[in-house]
Design a protein around this ligand. Structure first.
Ligand SMILES: [Zn+2]
Length: 234
């Protein structure tokens, strides 16, 4: 996927990080809390719904009603996720706040609104980190925290295109209860498509024994929808 268009994507055959944790260990418990609906529903979902695991509570999904505005939705995402991180301690979790993206589109990266959205996201993230630290202190659990985003913003706002400040992202990692594994300290630069694999490596979730053994796909399945056809992108 190049932009936010979700056309011609291959997400069904390239599962998300939480699904891959589950595939690596079918006893794993996962959760996602996200303000942007694409994470958990159309036009995505970026994170597969895994209805069977939702039914048994093994995979939990939270997407707040955005009616009260994005700041309130982000706060709801944070408090939902904090409670579960603290009391249930899932094996892997994805939490997404939309406030910074929203301020970036509306006002640009060089605006007071953007800085205030960053502070809000920092504060909400701090609550998540605190929950994880508490688990470490009380139960001796080992946690990896990773913070990233899908794109940056132009100083003057708007969605942007392929400007370097729009394409460039970051990955901040911190381990609670040990040193960072080499998968995360070794690379000096990272491409977006490497991030998930390095995080999976870092937590020891290994994948793809079928592929390695040469067992599996006999016949490819074409992705649904056109790809890179500008008539279908918006
Ligand atoms: Zn955006």
């Amino acid at each position: 996927m190049w932009w936010n268009e979700f056309v011609g994507h291959d997400l069904a055959r390239r599962p998300d990080i939480l699904s891959r944790v589950y595939f690596a260990n079918p006893a794993a418990r996962t959760m996602v809390a996200a303000t942007w609906d694409a994470f958990v529903q159309a036009p995505g979902p970026i994170l597969q719904a895994r209805a069977d695991q939702q039914r048994t509570g093994q995979h939990q999904v939270f997407h707040p009603d955005p009616q009260g505005g994005i700041a309130a939705a982000d706060a709801a995402v944070s408090s939902w996720a904090c409670w579960r991180l603290l009391h249930e301690g899932p094996d892997a979790a994805v939490v997404y706040f939309e406030g910074v993206d929203d301020a970036g589109h509306g006002f640009g990266a060089d605006s007071a609104e953007y800085r205030s959205a960053l502070r809000q996201a920092d504060e909400l993230t701090r609550h998540l980190v605190k929950a994880v630290y508490e688990r470490h202190e009380q139960l001796g659990e080992d946690w990896l925290i990773a913070v990233t985003t899908d794109h940056g913003h132009r100083p003057e706002g708007g969605h942007g295109d392929d400007e370097v400040e729009v394409r460039r992202s970051f990955l901040i990692t911190h381990r609670v209860g040990g040193a960072l594994p080499e998968a995360l300290t070794a690379p000096k630069t990272l491409r977006s498509e490497d991030v998930m694999w390095r995080l999976l490596d870092a937590i020891g979730a290994s994948q793809g024994s079928w592929e390695a053994d040469g067992v599996g796909v006999l016949r490819g399945i074409d992705p649904i929808g056109p790809s890179r056809d500008l008539d279908y992108e918006w």
